[in-house]
Design a binder for this molecule. Structure first.
Ligand code: HEM
Ligand SMILES: *[C@@H]1O[C@H](CO)[C@@H](O)[C@H](O)[C@H]1NC(C)=O
Ligand SMILES: *[C@@H]1O[C@H](CO)[C@@H](O)[C@H](O)[C@H]1NC(C)=O
Ligand SMILES: *[C@@H]1O[C@H](CO)[C@@H](O)[C@H](O)[C@H]1NC(C)=O
Ligand SMILES: [Mg+2]
Length: 265
């Protein structure tokens, strides 16, 4: 696959992959060859995850289409190739992925649904595990994000924060056993920063609504609709900037239980 990509693009440039030198971002300096990476729905034996980003990468063949045999380098490479997300941003998540499987060296997309490693309550598009299916897309849950920022054709850090706030209010009522900690709030903010960055402008955090909705609903990269992989490398600086703005806009507070008292933090 990699060699096919190289060969089909070699007339333009040989430098597909520029290693990180003196802090320069890793990048693939050429456009993705979408003929090599068409969207295909998963087959009956293909595994998928609670993550729309990874599922879309698998549906386009940046990750193995069967969703199996993943490891840290396979995942980081796919995120770079498909989204221009720099490895530094996802290394921790990819390592945590290994903790969800029985095999010490690899994991499947399905493994990632294990609750409490990466998967958490109050998702944007999946039900809480205590209430049902924490793996598959759920249109009813997604409707909060789908209907956000009325009258505009984009989402941004303010609408993302509002969606986080609304989902939390709904979920506090729906799930008496909700886990809502500073850590899950930060993860939720990071995931919101990821949909804004990958589907929109990684610097401003503005993303067209239809691109975001296609990512979640179809787990497809909206190439036909005019989406292009971010030309701005999505790195710790861009992502943390958006994450913090989203967290602020979400007015997040702990619901209290199971958190250590402030005096020992
Ligand atoms: C490639 C770039 C990535 C993008 C654009 C992305 C995007 C997202 C988004 C938007 C969500 C929130 C889904 C929701 O709330 O319904 C999410 C959740 C998740 N992501 Fe990713 N992600 C990426 C990489 C990763 C990586 C590297 C891992 C781990 C190997 C990962 C594992 C997960 C898991 C387990 C969830 C479920 C959390 C939950 O909502 O309960 N993601 N991701
Ligand atoms: C990850 O998996 C790929 C593909 O199976 C393999 O070539 C590579 O050696 C593995 N890397 C690590 C660090 O396990
Ligand atoms: C919450 O946890 C309690 C005690 O473990 C259990 O009895 C109850 O069924 C749970 N409720 C939900 C909605 O999961
Ligand atoms: C957060 O609080 C500010 C100040 O009270 C308020 O203006 C804003 O609407 C709140 N946002 C959300 C999402 O609740
Ligand atoms: Mg979840």
């Amino acid at each position: 696959m990699r060699f096919q990509t190289l060969v089909s693009l070699s007339t333009v440039s040989l430098s597909i992959f520029i290693a990180k030198v003196n802090g320069a971002p890793y990048s693939r300096d050429l456009a993705v060859d979408w003929d090599v990476h068409p969207w295909m729905a998963p087959g009956p034996d293909d595994l998928r995850s609670p993550c729309p980003g990874l599922n879309a990468l698998a549906n386009h063949g940046f990750l193995p289409r069967d969703g199996k045999g993943l490891n840290v380098s396979v995942v980081l490479d796919a995120a770079l190739e498909g989204f221009n997300v720099q490895p530094e941003v996802l290394t921790a998540a990819a390592k945590l992925g290994l903790l969800t499987s029985n095999d010490p060296l690899s994991f499947t997309l399905d493994d990632l649904k294990v609750h409490g490693v990466i998967e958490h309550d109050t998702s944007l598009s999946r039900q809480d595990i205590a209430l049902g299916d924490n793996l598959h897309f759920n249109e009813e849950i997604f409707s909060t994000l789908a209907n956000a920022n009325p009258g505009k054709d984009f989402y941004d850090v303010n609408s993302a924060g509002e969606v986080m706030f609304q989902r939390l209010q709904q979920d506090i009522v729906a799930n008496p056993n909700i886990t809502n900690t500073a850590q899950t709030a930060a993860m939720r903010s990071g995931e919101s920063a990821l949909y804004l960055s990958t589907m929109g402008d990684a610097s401003t955090g503005k993303a067209p609504k239809n691109f975001v909705q296609i990512l979640f609903r179809e787990e497809r990269l909206p190439v036909a609709e005019g989406w292009q992989r971010s030309s701005t490398p999505i790195d710790g600086e861009t992502l943390n900037g958006l994450l913090n703005s989203i967290m602020m806009a979400s007015n997040w507070t702990s619901s209290g239980e199971c958190e250590p008292p402030a005096s020992i933090v």
